[in-house]
Design a protein around this ligand. Structure first.
Ligand SMILES: Cc1cc2nc3c(=O)[nH]c(=O)nc-3n(C[C@H](O)[C@H](O)[C@H](O)COP(=O)(O)O)c2cc1C
Length: 247
């Protein structure tokens, strides 16, 4: 029995002690729990990692592939759904300071991005089905509006990026965020106003055949995912003293 099944069955058994719960409703409950905990499926790669099995989907199976299928495309509807996820991210004072440039293969936006990617990103990013370039409002716009808090504007772009990334996973897609491109050159080429600071990109697609990638890319695609332990970043009582519940 997989871990997920064990958790689902345990949850169902706990539930079964309640009055009015029939065997039929129990089976339905177990199936519903299993469906929530196992979807979406993990086609390849390193997630989940040790410790990550306690997470809910879509976080549990998220990781950043470097080998995308260059023939896979997304419909306008799917891209709109990804942007909708970013749209509903929380933000400081609901200021929603994030902005995205959508780069689909064969468009000017994509051509410009391709020209200005760092060497390490220049091979794998263009193979993604779509790339979102993320910027955030750091100064008042042409009408003198916005940018009440540029510090949180950076935080909020990250939050919107996380929403989009997790929505991608929930749709059976993968996302790989990146910072490695010439932000100033892309901003100049695409007319990004100076009150917006371009910071990152999010490449979204489905994993491709690793044999199309260089050895270096395959290494990155397959490398072990590591994290510092919770005790290394969650403190209580005094800075640096691990919160006692940390595993
Ligand atoms: C702000 C930011 C910038 C990043 N820049 C790059 C990049 O330029 N190139 C790259 O290959 N990956 C980049 N990454 C991906 C990280 O290397 C990756 O998320 C990290 O190694 C953890 O791996 P995981 O996402 O598979 O858990 C970036 C991620 C973030 C959030």
């Amino acid at each position: 029995m997989e871990l997920d099944e064990g958790v689902a069955v345990a949850a169902t058994l706990r539930f079964s002690t309640r009055p009015g719960v029939t065997p039929k409703s129990l089976v339905g409950t177990a199936i519903a729990i299993l469906a929530t905990m196992t979807a979406p499926s993990q086609p390849s790669g390193h997630a989940p990692m040790p410790g990550a099995e306690v997470l809910a989907e879509p976080m549990r199976s998220r990781w950043s592939p470097t080998v995308f299928d260059p023939d896979h495309t997304l419909s306008a509807d799917q891209i709109a759904t990804l942007l909708e996820a970013a749209r509903w991210a929380p933000s400081w004072g609901n200021t929603q300071p994030w902005r995205f440039l959508v780069a689909e293969r064969g468009t000017t936006t994509h051509d410009v991005l391709r020209t200005h990617l760092t060497r390490g990103n220049s091979t794998w990013v263009p193979r993604a089905s779509v790339v979102f370039l993320g910027g955030t409002q750091v100064a008042p716009d042409a009408e003198g509006e916005g940018a009440d808090n540029p510090t949180y504007a950076v935080h909020d772009l990250g939050q919107a990026a996380a929403h989009l990334t997790l929505q991608a996973r929930a749709m059976g897609l993968h996302a790989h965020q990146f910072a490695g491109y010439d932000h100033a050159a892309v901003a100049a080429a695409l007319g990004v106003p100076d009150w917006v600071r371009l910071l990152t990109g999010i490449a979204v697609g489905v994993p491709g055949d690793p044999s199309i990638a260089s050895e270096r890319e395959r290494g990155k695609h397959e490398r072990e995912r590591v994290r510092r332990p919770v005790a290394g970043f969650a403190f209580a009582g005094r800075w640096g003293r691990p919160w006692e519940g940390a595993r």
